[in-house]
Every structure is written in structure tokens, then in C-alpha cells.
Design a binder for this molecule. Sequence first.
Ligand SMILES: Cc1cc2nc3c(=O)[nH]c(=O)nc-3n(C[C@H](O)[C@H](O)[C@H](O)COP(=O)(O)O)c2cc1C
Length: 441
Amino acid sequence: MAKPLLSNMSGRIRQGLIYADGVVGRPPAVPTDWPSLDRAARHKLSRRAYAYVAGGAGLEGTVRADRAAFDRWELSPRVLRDVSVRDSGVEIFGRRIPSPILLAPVGALGLVRRGADVEVATAAAALGVPYIFSNQASQSMEDCAAVMGDAPRWFQLYWSTSDELVASLVKRAAVAKCEAIVVTLDTTMLGWRPRDLNLGHLPFAFGEGLAQYTSDPVFASIVASRPDGPTTRPMLRDLPAALRALGAISHRHPGRFLDNLRSSVPRASVQTFLEVYSRPSLTWENLALLRELTSLPVVLKGVLHPDDARRAVDEGIDGLIVSTHGGRQVDGARGSLDCLPDVVAAVDGRIPVLMDSGVRSGADIAKAIALGARAVCVGRPYVYGLGLAGARGVSEVVQNLAAEFDLTMGLCGLTAPAQFGRHSLVEARRQRDRRPSRRTR
Ligand SMILES: Cc1cc2nc3c(=O)[nH]c(=O)nc-3n(C[C@H](O)[C@H](O)[C@H](O)COP(=O)(O)O)c2cc1C
């Protein structure tokens, strides 16, 4: 495969290309800043798709907290240092990646665009940015891996009620050349998400986001062993809606549409998924099983508390992702970046710590790195790029973030991510001023 695009693309080159295109009347495929990207996606995506992607849990306090955490820090640029040669690359699990960015696992992407996951995989592979396949993907990991050559990818696992299904997914991930298993721990149950609840819309109930399951032999045997017809009763209450749902489910299930329409398997698959996909009883003891199933690095996603981070290191876990799941699980929780320093301190350099939730710019990436993250994962921004312009949109969003990070790094007087540290940051004045002085306390 050709050299990854990002390894040759400094921030200045990216900037230069955008301006050169502008001279011949070609604007960028997607807006280069988050507020404009969000606005454009809100207009383009269907109501259900935008609600699903943008929404957070409850009053969306955690979505706001994730952003506010970035505003609490200001970068402290230094001048007159030779920053003409820079390298944004970082190493994770022995693999060097061109920029400290990974694509977060995002489920039900088919809501946003047909063929979505393969488009994201195509863009990620060309860039050299690791793509974390979601357990809730709309296309299978094998279909995505098929367009990625040797480009880096990881697999994100939701621990279902069936250990056999877990084993099968993990085995498939290794065959698909995934380089790490990410176990998401913050979603043993779905958070309370009013934007979706108000529309009565759960993508999975319409067969969206089930591709890793419907392509799995163990899942197929669980479906085959269930008593037939459990979904028919509630559906018959509103015939047009039931027919629409049946059409959607049959369309998304593997195989021919007409065959699926006649078969009970697609509906039984949805019902089975809803019964098995999460395991609220999950504990550290279950995780030990993973070690028997795979020799790949195991990364825990959704760790926010330093005690959990310490325990993870003790249990032999290989990496952590500090994450609030984009504010989609616990409303009123502490912002992800606010949790990062304590987790980094607890881990004490023994395993890499990544973070996500609320990363919207190159400066955000710089702040996360300065607070101890090895790299960040990005979610909604690339999903909006996908919705606006397919693989090209994903690519441009990531190129823009990487370019802005590279320029920010150089303009702070640094030439590599490892040079960022607490010394690169000051607490924002607004915060300092708001704190009561000793005399008024
Ligand atoms: C629409 C949507 C679907 C998601 N699906 C998954 C998923 O299947 N598995 C998972 O571990 N995280 C999932 N996440 C969480 C992301 O991996 C990531 O933690 C989050 O999007 C980061 O926040 P950001 O969107 O603010 O960048 C999802 C997030 C969104 C927005």
C-alpha cells in the first residue's frame, strides 16, 4: 500500500492545498471548523440520524462538561525556537502512526450514509490513521478490513451475555488483522438518551448496526436456537409502521431482500441482539477470560476513575481510553479531559492512556497530549465529514485536525508531541478569577 497520506502532510502543506484550491474556485469538501461542520451536518442528516449522533444522555450536561474541560486550559506558546522540522507521529503498541489521532468506534453509521463503514475504512487506510471498528457497525469487520491492506485497525467489543459470541468476535478480529481489542465498559446498559427516546428511535430495533452479529456464526446459532416469532405481536398494532420496520430490517439483513422479507430470521436476529448485546453484570473477573482468548493488546474504554485505572494496570491491561462515550451514557458526569490527569498519574507511565469525548480541534489535541494522553480518538467530527462527503469528507476532517495540531505544535515552539507537558499549559484566567480568594472564602 502507498505511504500514508498523513505522513507526508504537514499543516502548512494542507493549508497550502486548501488555499490553492480556493484560487481555482474549489472550496473544501467540508467546513474546516467544528461549529460550521456541526451546522452543515444538522442540515444534511435525517432528523433521526442527527439526533442519534449528536445526542447525549439526559440533559446533556456531560456533553457540555467534555467541552468545558478543554476551555479550562490555555496553551502557552514559546517563540524563537527552530520548528521548521516537525514530526506529529506517535507510537502505540509498537506501531508508529502519523498523527496522535484514531477514529473512535461509532455504531450504526449506516444511518448516516449507505456503505458508511467501508468508506470510513477506506479513508482511514489512505491516511494511515487507525480505525477502531465498532461492535455495532453497519458493515462487518471483514468487509472493512478488505479495503484496508495492512493499514492499522482495532476492534471494539461490547461484552454480550454470551461468552461464546465474545470469543467468536475476538477470534474474527485477529483474523481481520486488528491490532488491539478495545473493551467498552461504560455501556453495559444504554444511557437515557432523550433525543432518540422522543423520536422513539433505536437504530438497532430497525436492524441498523447489527452487521458484526449477523455475520457471526455463533450469533447465527443463537438465533437458530430461539423459539420463533417473538417480534410479531407488538408490530401488528400499527400496520404501516410495522411494514416500514419490516422493510428496513429485511433490507439491512445479509442476503436478498425478498428472501429476508419471507424469512423470520432477520426479525429474530434483531430480537436476539436486543436480548444478548449487553451484560450489566460484567466485572473484572470476566475480563480475565480475554487473556485466554487473545494475545492482542487489550484496551479498556470508558475508564474515568484513577482507582479503576490502577486496577486495570494490576490486571495486566495494555492501554486505557479515558472517555465519557461522548457524553452519551452518564449525564452530569465529570468531563473526560478533567479526568485525564488523575488517570495518567495513577497509571504512572506503565501503559499508554488515550482519551476521547469533545475533541474538536488541533488545539484540543494539543491540550490532551499536554495532560498526558498518548493520542486522542475522534468521534462525531468524522461522522459529520462522512455524512457530508463520504470517504472524502472523513479524510478532510482528519487531515484538518492533524494539520491544525501540527501547526499548533510548531507555533507553541515544539517539534514533537512528546515535548508537550504541563509546562505547555496554564489554567484559564476565567477559572482562576472565579475561584474565591482566601480572604472571601
Ligand atoms: C453515534 C455514536 C455512536 C457510538 N457508538 C459507539 C460504539 O459502538 N462503541 C463504542 O465504544 N463507542 C461508541 N461511541 C462513542 C465513541 O467511540 C467516542 O467515545 C465518542 O464519540 C467520543 O466523543 P466525540 O464524539 O465527542 O468525539 C459512539 C459515539 C457516537 C457519537
